[in-house]
Design a protein around this ligand. Structure first.
Ligand SMILES: *Cc1c(COP(=O)(O)O)cnc(C)c1O
Length: 297
């Protein structure tokens, strides 16, 4: 018998702690991958109770599930597939990340249900998605035309840091600043009520790089109690563990215990033989892959 427990009070404490660090920037809480394996809906509600004011869902279906559950705050989805239902997303007022002109055109072709709120993404070095520096002016120009046609609202300009090193983050931030300036020159208002939200930081830069916080920080792993840094653990940052895995001891031999839990319960193989709950790589891996609802035998 094994049992995975999620501690919502600890999670709320972490969200409140991070929101206080980020303020006056707003806090968007990442609930992707079933809230890092914790189960999305209760975690999303807890995040909002604790001071987050928006949610990062990754994909449109998860964003729609949050809306179906009655959640009304801004929800952001930015990873789109060939069959993403933009019509439903726009009807449900899901904020959409846009990485390319093709994506923008698919969205503007789906705006019969309303005006789409789009966040234009510049790639600042992570090379996962986002417009390249070369593609950025054309993406912004197309977005301005779609705005003028009443199809979209330019709700954000954003990127994602690789968190490879402080130097790499600083270079990415400079790239982001240049992209914002280019957008401004092309006609995106950088002041006033129609100014798009600027967002760049996730947990790592959100905690340690005040200059990277802009209008909002997209916190993920730190809210789940795991430090994004090598030189300090979660408790060292004032964060609490949000998950406990209990398992029966089946046998003890050579000072090692054999626990009744494994890959069939969703435990990542790299955690085998290292049951220390505070083990950073193990708990980080668990955050991404250790969902009870997604375990594979
Ligand atoms: C996962 C993710 C986050 C949260 O990242 P953490 O490092 O877990 O805080 C923020 N933004 C984007 C785009 C993400 O994919």
């Amino acid at each position: 018998m094994s049992e995975l427990r999620v501690h919502l009070p600890a999670f709320r404490h972490n969200v409140a702690t991070l929101a206080a660090i980020a303020a006056p920037a707003r806090t968007m809480l990442a609930v992707k991958a079933e809230a890092y394996g914790h189960e999305m809906l209760p975690v999303a509600r807890a995040a909002l109770e604790a001071g987050a004011d928006s949610l990062a869902a990754l994909e449109v279906p998860a964003a729609l599930a949050l809306r179906d559950a009655g959640i009304r705050v801004p929800i952001f989805a930015w990873l789109h597939g060939a069959d993403t239902d933009f019509r439903a997303a726009i009807a449900q007022r899901v904020d959409l990340g846009v990485s390319s002109r093709e994506e923008l055109h698919r969205i503007t072709a789906s705006t019969d249900e309303g005006v789409a709120a789009v966040h234009l993404k510049i790639d600042t070095g992570l090379h996962r998605n986002g417009a390249s520096v070369e593609q950025w002016p054309a993406l912004v120009t197309d977005a301005l035309a779609a705005r003028d046609a009443g199809r979209i609202r330019i709700a954000g300009l954003w990127s994602h840091l690789a968190d490879a090193s402080p130097e790499a983050d600083a270079a990415a931030r400079a790239e982001f600043e240049r992209a914002i300036a280019v957008a401004g020159e092309l006609g995106v208002p950088l002041e006033g009520p129609d100014r798009p939200l600027l967002h760049l930081a996730a947990s790592s830069a959100g905690i340690r790089e005040p200059e990277a916080r802009y209008d909002l920080v997209r916190f993920g792993i730190a809210a789940y109690g795991v430090s994004p840094f090598d030189d300090v653990d979660g408790p060292g940052l004032g964060l609490r563990g949000t998950m406990t895995l209990r398992a029966e001891v089946l046998a003890v031999a050579d000072g090692r215990a054999v626990l009744d839990v494994g890959a069939a319960d969703g435990l990542p193989p790299r955690c085998s033989g290292r049951p220390e709950p505070a083990q950073r790589s193990c708990s980080a891996a668990a955050g991404h892959a250790c969902s009870p609802s997604t375990s594979t035998p």
